[in-house]
Design a protein around this ligand. Structure first.
Ligand code: GDP
Length: 157
């Protein structure tokens, strides 16, 4: 929500991406081909309490309880992706919250049917990305490494 207004800079950053229980059940676990670097991944069934923490900024909304029940209803594939502009690019690839408004070619636009079952989550700004990564991952669960492709992705001049 308010975080959507955050300023995005083209700098190395990390974002939190999660395939929600419907995405896992529908076999969409390999639907995320960001071309960015995966630095953390695990499969978890979040507790209701944990889901409430994840969706804390929605607690006044009528769908808060339903969204928390749903997120804790089965396995979630939790990931941290890294790269320049990865937060905004991740959101673009995922598509609008409401499937009716998400573009064809986005994950939600192609796979989701209703807003409450929209397959995938991605942090909506730098502040939420940091909070969500801290909530879902311990620092030692994230790795730092250099890929051979990096100079071709970023150049060196
Ligand atoms: P997101 O950042 O695009 O996921 O969107 P929000 O942060 O606004 O909402 C979080 C999640 O709550 C969404 O991904 C949906 O699963 C759910 N949600 C949002 N709006 C609605 C709604 O109007 N109805 C229902 N049932 N769920 C909603």
């Amino acid at each position: 929500p308010a975080a959507d207004q955050e300023v995005f800079a083209a700098e190395m950053e990390r974002t939190f991406i999660a395939i929600k229980p419907d995405g896992v059940q529908r076999g969409a676990e390999d639907c995320l081909e960001l071309g960015f670097k995966l630095v953390g991944i695990k499969v978890v069934v979040p507790s209701k309490d944990f889901a409430q923490k994840h969706y804390h900024d929605l607690k006044e909304r009528p769908f808060f309880n339903g969204s928390c029940d749903f997120l804790s209803s089965g396995p979630v594939i939790a990931m941290v992706w890294e790269g320049e502009g990865v937060i905004r690019y991740g959101r673009k690839l995922i598509g609008a919250t409401d499937r009716q408004k998400s573009e064809h070619g986005t994950i939600r636009g192609d796979l989701a049917v209703v807003v409450g079952r929209n397959i995938i989550h991605g942090s909506n700004g730098p502040v939420t990305a940091k909070d969500e990564i801290n909530l879902w991952f311990k620092p030692q669960e994230l790795v730092s490494y250099t890929t051979n492709a990096e100079k071709w992705i970023y150049g060196d001049n």
